[in-house]
Ligand binder design. Structure first.
Ligand SMILES: Cc1cc2nc3c(=O)[nH]c(=O)nc-3n(C[C@H](O)[C@H](O)[C@H](O)COP(=O)(O)OP(=O)(O)OC[C@H]3O[C@@H](n4cnc5c(N)ncnc54)[C@H](O)[C@@H]3O)c2cc1C
Length: 259
């Protein structure tokens, strides 16, 4: 199928983008790797696509004091390879290697993945595990939102109409582990885990990233026992919880080894 007809605009500044986003039926277009397939499948029919890939300053990776700021337009491929990300937020670099295949990683963006909030996606869980801070801009200014507060429900975020996620600040350092189970490399995860310190965040386990905390493995397992992952075509909720427990134990063992 082909996408329904839509108008297209590529603003050169945020002010121009916000003005365009006031048009009824307007939608932000970033890498297009989720939005364009959804148009082709006629799941969405926006009147105007506002292509934000020409906006200045949104594709930078800036290491700071104890943080790394990653612009919303940074692609999965750059996250995978960038030396600052690999050094300071290795969980994110590792997560990027699990996203789809190279063609999609070359176009898909951090901001697009987070704004979409697919419950099986890798980055939302990483952002919650790392307690990242999101910068959201609108025509009146900017606001900051904690990752955990950003994800509201199934494909639902704190972004309001006309707003653009411009970047994410990730705390640097600390020990983390990223694990996921898939049928084939690059598929969406059956179940996955982004673990940082004592924060264990599962994806594919609920409508939003699911945080499980524990000061001991027994405590974390007890918390996981209360999670009810949604069944998919091949796996029952019980199987997915079992697999989540396997990942939890692997991550716990890795994190408790002396460096
Ligand atoms: C075959 C296939 C396999 C895939 N496998 C995986 C996978 O395993 N894991 C995974 O995580 N993803 C996967 N993806 C999705 C991919 O990672 C997308 O790149 C990502 O979800 C969306 O990023 P994008 O830049 O392409 O956004 P777009 O498709 O352009 O936009 C997605 C949504 O976010 C909104 N949006 C985009 N950027 C912003 C912004 N800065 N501010 C506000 N709203 C914004 C758009 O309006 C739209 O609603 C897959 C995609 C395909 C086609």
């Amino acid at each position: 199928m082909k996408a329904p007809a839509f108008a297209y605009a590529k603003p050169k500044s945020l002010a121009e983008a916000f003005a365009l986003l006031r048009t009824p039926g307007a939608k932000v277009l970033a890498g297009g790797q989720s939005l364009i397939p959804s148009l082709n499948m006629r799941l969405s029919a926006p009147d105007l696509l506002v292509d934000i890939t020409g906006l200045p300053g949104l594709a930078e990776i800036v290491p700071g004091r104890g943080t790394v700021r990653v612009g919303a337009l940074v692609t999965h491929a750059r996250i995978e390879r960038n030396s600052d990300v690999r050094k300071h937020i290795p969980m994110l670099a590792e997560a990027a290697t699990h996203i789809a295949h190279a063609a999609i990683r070359n176009r898909g963006t951090l901001g697009g993945s987070l704004a979409l909030a697919d419950p099986a996606a890798e980055y939302p869980a990483c952002a919650v595990a790392l307690e990242a801070i999101f910068t959201i801009q609108n025509s009146r200014g900017e606001r900051k939102v904690n990752a955990a507060a950003f994800f509201k429900g199934l494909f639902e975020t704190d972004l309001k109409a006309g707003e653009i996620l411009t970047g994410v600040e990730f705390p640097a350092g600390g020990r983390s582990v990223f694990l996921e189970l898939t049928r084939r490399h690059g598929d969406y995860a059956i179940i996955g885990l982004a673990a940082h310190g004592s924060r264990f965040v599962f994806f594919g386990a609920g409508p939003t990233p699911v945080l499980v905390k524990g000061n001991s493995l027994a405590e974390a397992k007890a918390a996981l026992a209360r999670v009810e992952p949604p069944a998919d075509l091949y796996h029952s909720s019980k199987t997915k919880r079992h697999l989540a427990g396997v990942l939890l134990e692997r991550a716990w063992n890795t994190l408790s080894k002396p460096r």
